[in-house]
Design a protein around this ligand. Sequence first.
Ligand code: B12
Ligand code: SF4
Ligand code: SF4
Length: 381
Amino acid sequence: MTINAKRIKTLAQEIGFHACGITLPKPVYEAEVALNKWVEQGKHGQMKYLENYDARKDQFWKNFREAKSVIVLGVNYFSSNHDGTSSVTGQVFFRAAGTKPVPARTGTDPIVGRRVRLSGRVARYAWGRDYHKVIARRLEELKQRIQAESECEIYFDSAVDTKPLLERTLAQRAGLGFIGKQTQLLSLQFGPWLFLAELITDLELEPDMPFQGSCGTCRLCIDECPTNAIEETGHIDARKCIAYLTIEHKTAIPVELRPKIKNWVFGCDECLNVCPYTAKQKETDWGELTAESGFARDLDLLKLFEIKSNREYRSKFSHSPISRANRKQLLRNACVVLGNSGSRAALPIVEKALDDSSLLVREHAQWAIDEIRRKTAEVVF
Ligand code: B12
Ligand code: SF4
Ligand code: SF4
């Protein structure tokens, strides 16, 4: 007996995947047209790899002409804040380590008069270990289990994030959920907190029905996005999106957007946090994806500025999705967060950053200094 769709779903569940659906490897024309239009309008910013999507996609399918099915998998990555610093809807800027006034020194705000931990928020998807590697291991296990139960040799390709596939559209077609106005796939079981991954195979499997659903009249994410990056049409202008600006954008962050980044040092979850489907969240049972095994919910900005070389940066973050950015991008982001803090305790750090080897960091450090001076000058006692 050759393996069927039902058995594959059981295996996926046994291995720990939280959702599994099957679709055909047919072109996703409407989505591809939308993607190309989006790129033509320049809304992809500096994400060059999206510019030659058609050529990359054609090559991908040419290399696997025998593909008959796409097994789409979802991994719940939601984990909550055990330390209470940044609740799902919280806007906590800086965590006060103590409430008693302490003598003025770095990390102590002379205006607020208490010691503050200067930290920047990290988007939830990057709290744990690098999900590409974590998921790839379980995809491999699934492949092997499918192969072991089949009578003939099966060909596979696998993808998490990096292949020319519109993963959210494939997931919607495979019945995992629908695409919300903030462009995330929303699952009725897990809300917006699913990573997506695929196994493409020459096995002929019965496809699932596409998921039919919509946001209806809700527009919370559009209204709450700090930079107005979400358009009424349900597309985003990546050039304004904090996730793009702090992770994918390589050069200076537009000055007018810097205050809107607030304390996000890597990624942004605002449109996920406000979404009513977030109420479907469940604590993940994949330990590797929680902050306890990875980096953190927030980064200590003082420590970030102690990283002096790219090599040191790479070795510190090699197991984390934070490695997607490089040292100067992350220090650039840290300057923006410190500038937004308006805290005098941040001044010694950003003043030191004026000597950084990177012009990008120096320019953002100067901006932060000017912001802090302007904001503290405004304080009336
Ligand atoms: C580039 C990219 C980004 C960019 C651009 C985001 C975007 N909205 O496109 C940036 C850096 C901003 C980004 C941010 C984030 N990302 Co991202 N990203 C990707 C990546 C690598 C490619 C997506 C892409 O091609 N975008 C281009 C746009 C135009 O395509 P699209 O959104 O897929 O589809 C659009 C159109 O094609 C059209 N469309 C789609 N289907 C259909 C159907 C019809 C009929 C029509 C007419 C149109 C249409 O509408 C869509 C919306 O514009 C994917 C992985 C992948 N290969 O898919 C991950 C991915 C989408 N990202 C992911 C995540 C987790 C995030 C963040 C939450 C991380 C964070 N917290 O910081 C944020 C969320 C921000 C947001 N609101 O989208 C997950 C999403 C999981 C999920 N449940 O949806 C993915 C799938 C990675 C993964 N493997 O899990 N991301
Ligand atoms: S990730 Fe943040 S900036 Fe980007 S669309 Fe969502 S709320 Fe807006
Ligand atoms: S916040 Fe509302 S409009 Fe936005 S994705 Fe969620 S349900 Fe849709």
